[in-house]
Ligand binder design. Sequence first.
Ligand code: 5GP
Length: 180
Amino acid sequence: MEEDIAKVLISREELSRRVAELGAEITHDYEGKSVLALGILKGSVLFMADLIREIKLPLAYDFMALSSYGASTQSSGVVRILKDLDRSVEDVHILIIEDIVDTGLTLKYLKENLTARNPLSVKVVTLLDKATRRQVDVFPDYNGFTIPDEFVVGYGLDFNEGYRNLPYVGVLKQETYEVN
Ligand code: 5GP
C-alpha cells in the first residue's frame, strides 16, 4: 500500500494539529449553540471522528452518502443522494463535514438541498480544498488545508476503496490510477 504513495503531503502530526485548531475555532464560533455534525460518507469519517472530539459543544451527528467518482478520479458532475438524513433538520445548526472540495459541484448541490429543509444555519468544514479546481461559486466556511491539483488518498480518502486507513494524506503515484 505505502509503495503506491509518491509523497506524503500532510503528515499525521500536521493533521492532528490543524484538526485541533479547527475544533477550537468552531467551538468559539458556535458558543451557546448545539450543532448537528453532518458527515459525508465515506471520506470524511476519520476527519470527523477526530474533529468532533475537539468541538466542545453539545453535538449530535448524522451521515449522508452522495454519489462520487466511483472507480474514476474525474468528477461526473452528477450528484445523487444514496443515503439521506435520519431526521428533520428544522431548527438545527448543520455543520457539513467534507473530506475534500474539488470542483465544488457536490457541495453546491448539498448546501442547496439542505437549505431547502429550513435549518437554522448550514456551514461547511472541509479537511482539504483544491481551490484551483473550483467550477462553481461555493466556499467552505472552515478549511484544513488548501492543496494543489493532485489526486490524494489517506486519512479517509480512497482510491477504489483502498488507502483510507493511511494515517496521513499522500499523493498517489500516477501509474497506480492511470489506465493504459
Ligand atoms: P467535487 O464535487 O467538489 O468535485 O468533488 C468532491 C468529492 O470528490 C470528494 O468528496 C471526493 O470524494 C472526491 N475527490 C476529489 N478530489 C479527490 C482526491 O484528490 N482524492 C480523492 N480520494 N477523492 C477526491
